[in-house]
Ligand binder design. Structure first.
Ligand code: GRF
Length: 203
């Protein structure tokens, strides 16, 4: 699921192509966006992947939006839902139906610098304002609490006093591009489990 330019999605499409001759352990087989005309959809179409636009504004309530997504994912036998820059709140019925099967990438070291309204440049601005010297992407399971689900993996990225939100975003994004496909590979290999709210990774 994506709402933007889709550079993280591109990494996934390259690592996990939906081709019969692919030796990858997973296949990206459906890309869902909440709005038409975005880069992520273009990238999916170019890769020959099915795309769907599902706009929550077109549903009478979050539950109806969730039911549409659940139906789509069940029909496609989706094992893992990846939020690759998806900016809408997920409905709770989808989260419940795909418990520990939805992951998100956040461009800072959670549990700091997360929560509602913390996306895009705002995250990096908050990191710079706090004066911390390390930041970096977090991949976590999605639960009902925004940006609070069990953390699967994090990487550190240095913060320089000369940084702007844009330079910092670019440095973090480069690392996002590696960590997200790595985590998907670990999950596809069955190496990730959640025990009492804590993720255990069998490397
Ligand atoms: C990334 O920084 C991701 O962490 C955030 O949204 C951005 C998406 O970029 N949630 P892209 O659409 O993958 O290029």
């Amino acid at each position: 699921m994506a709402s933007g330019g889709g550079t993280n999605l591109q990494q996934l499409l390259d690592r996990f192509p939906d081709r019969k001759d692919s030796t990858a352990r997973a296949r990206i087989c459906l890309v869902v966006s909440n709005r038409p005309g975005i880069g992520a959809l273009e990238r999916a179409e170019k890769a020959g992947i099915r795309t769907e636009v599902v706009d929550p504004a077109e549903y009478e309530n979050p539950e109806a939006f969730g039911n549409k997504l659940i139906e789509l994912y069940e029909t496609e036998s989706i094992g893992l839902v990846i939020l690759a820059g998806f900016l809408k709140m997920l409905p709770s019925n989808l989260i419940a139906a795909f418990r520990n099967r939805i992951i998100n990438i956040h461009p800072a070291l959670l549990p700091l610098f997360g929560g509602k309204g913390m996306y895009g440049t705002r995250v990096h601005r908050a990191v710079l304002d706090a004066g911390v010297k390390l930041t970096g992407p977090t991949v976590h399971f999605v639960d009902e609490k925004y940006d609070k689900g069990p953390i699967i993996a994090q990487r550190s990225v240095p913060v320089y006093h000369t940084d702007t939100p844009e330079t910092l975003a670019a440095r973090v994004l480069e690392v996002e591009h590696r960590i997200l496909p790595d985590v998907v590979g670990l999950i596809a290999d069955g190496r990730v489990k959640v025990v009492d709210g804590i993720v255990h990774v069998n490397q």
